[in-house]
Design a protein around this ligand. Structure first.
Ligand code: NAD
Length: 433
């Protein structure tokens, strides 16, 4: 099939490259001319494992092209995916300016049938507005369909997630749209959930809100564990072995962040309110999440006493491992709070330092974990990258001023570190940490 993806960020680039890999001819478009020019030169705007090779390979095979012209993208394809950003406005509402802009530009450039598919995460009933916008501006007689196909990939494992999804959700209003999307996704062996557009839009918001709820739930439980000396890791394991609950997203720590959960929760709360429903449960999920960062900060203060002029070695800046994405990363919030109290920060992250340098002032960025430890009053773990799990602790101990590790992600075994002479502070492990 001839496909266009408009919006070449994490979702657009990965979807575009994967659709090309599946044998389609794909144009990835973006209104950021510099981004497109850089990609054409082989410079990736994001770090995502395997993406650079996948893109290079599909360009070479002639299946993948990049363009900063929406017109070119529309002309060259029957199916157009919208994958632009849908960030939060100050009131929590999703900013759908990009979606409207793309819908308008598709409409004015259409000369034949197109299927326009929302891939971006959008509030329920956005499809109605996309359809209306296209109807308002398309030339008379040009036929089109709108569909919703929310994306569930996770940064860090995006290609694998796209190629091996748990399910594919397709919200359609016509048999033709259903057939096109069913054929497009045929090579992927995953259950296809075919539904109406509103239900598809809701599946995405409800899924992200549910996952965020799981994280906040276990974080709330971790607070009780800290109070009574129980171990939240064991509680989470004991809960997660119940198939109805499952292990995933039961990891206690400094809370969720990233470009999706915070904004999608806000947007879901906001649209619910507009529809006349107060989604109190999700407001509580948000509250627990922000308390978790404050709680970590308190733990740091409790063990360091005076924060002013203390040097803190920080490992991890990205909002989760295997990505360079720092949008709403809890690490940045904690670093800024420490800096506000006068701490000096020495930080290391395997791939997010370039982006972090653009937004963090006064941080010394180190070339590896050990340099972040050198001369620091403590080591603070803020993202659970695998390489942090395999540190040489005898080296760490020698480099730190004091053998103190504060672990916001519970990645170490408390007993093992204590045996090596560390003071180890973590989340909800009672007497163990
Ligand atoms: P992103 O910010 O990385 O990329 C968005 C791209 O859209 C940018 O390159 C931007 O230049 C481009 N863009 C914005 N307005 C445009 C316009 N009018 N015309 C053309 N291009 C335009 O965002 P992302 O992380 O890829 O997310 C895109 C959407 O997918 C969001 O709705 C997000 O919630 C959703 N989503 C993201 C993820 C994720 O893990 N990042 C996962 C699932 C769904």
């Amino acid at each position: 099939m001839n496909i266009s993806i408009i919006g070449s960020g994490y979702v657009g680039l990965v979807s575009g490259a994967c659709f090309a890999e599946l044998g389609n001819r794909v144009i990835c478009a973006d209104n950021d001319k510099q981004k497109i020019a850089a990609i054409k030169k082989g410079i990736m705007p994001i770090y995502e494992p395997g993406l650079e090779e996948l893109i290079a390979n599909n360009i070479k095979k002639g299946r993948l092209k990049f363009s900063s012209s929406i017109k070119e993208a529309v002309k060259g394809s029957e199916v157009i995916f919208i994958a632009v950003g849908t960030p939060s406005l100050d009131n929590g509402e999703a900013d759908l300016t990009g979606i409207e802009n793309v819908a308008y530009n598709i409409a004015i450039n259409m000369t034949s049938y197109h299927l326009i598919v929302e891939k971006s995460t959008v509030p329920v009933e956005t499809g109605k507005w996309v359809k209306q916008t296209i109807s308002n501006h398309a030339k008379g007689g040009v036929k089109f369909d709108v569909a919703s196909n929310p994306e569930f990939l996770r940064e860090g494992s995006a290609i694998n997630d796209f190629m091996h999804p748990d399910r594919i959700v397709v919200g359609v209003e016509s048999k033709k749209a259903e057939e096109i999307l069913t054929n497009l996704y045929k090579p992927l062996k995953a259950p296809l959930v075919i539904t109406d557009i509103k239900s598809a839009e809701l599946i995405k918001h409800a899924s992200n809100a549910f996952l965020a709820t799981k994280i906040s739930f276990i974080n709330a439980v971790s607070r009780i564990c800290d109070k009574v000396g129980a171990d939240v890791m064991e509680v989470a394991e004991g809960m997660g072995l119940d198939k109805r609950i499952g292990q995933s997203f039961l990891s206690p720590g400094i809370g969720y962040g990233g470009s999706c959960f915070p904004k999608d929760l806000d947007a879901f709360i906001n649209i619910s309110e507009k529809l006349g429903y107060d989604f109190e449960l999700l407001r509580a999920v948000k509250d627990v999440n922000s308390q978790q960062k404050e709680f970590m900060f308190k733990k740091i203060r409790d063990v360091l006493w005076i924060i002013k002029n203390k040097t803190i070695g920080v490992l991890g800046l990205s909002f989760k491992p295997n990505t360079d994405d720092i949008r709403n990363a809890p690490a940045l919030e904690i670093i800024r709070a420490l800096q506000a109290e006068g701490a000096k920060i020495k930080a290391y992250d395997p791939s997010a330092m370039k982006k972090a340098k653009e937004v963090l002032d006064g941080v010394t960025f180190c070339e590896d974990s050990y340099n972040a430890c050198r001369g620091s009053d403590c080591l603070l773990i803020l993202t659970e990258w695998d390489e942090f799990k395999e540190l040489d602790f005898s080296k760490v101990k020698k480099l730190l001023k004091r053998p103190l590790i504060i672990d916001g992600r519970n990645i170490y075994e408390p007993e093992a570190l204590k045996k090596m002479g560390f003071t180890y502070i973590c989340v909800g492990r009672g007497k163990r940490g």
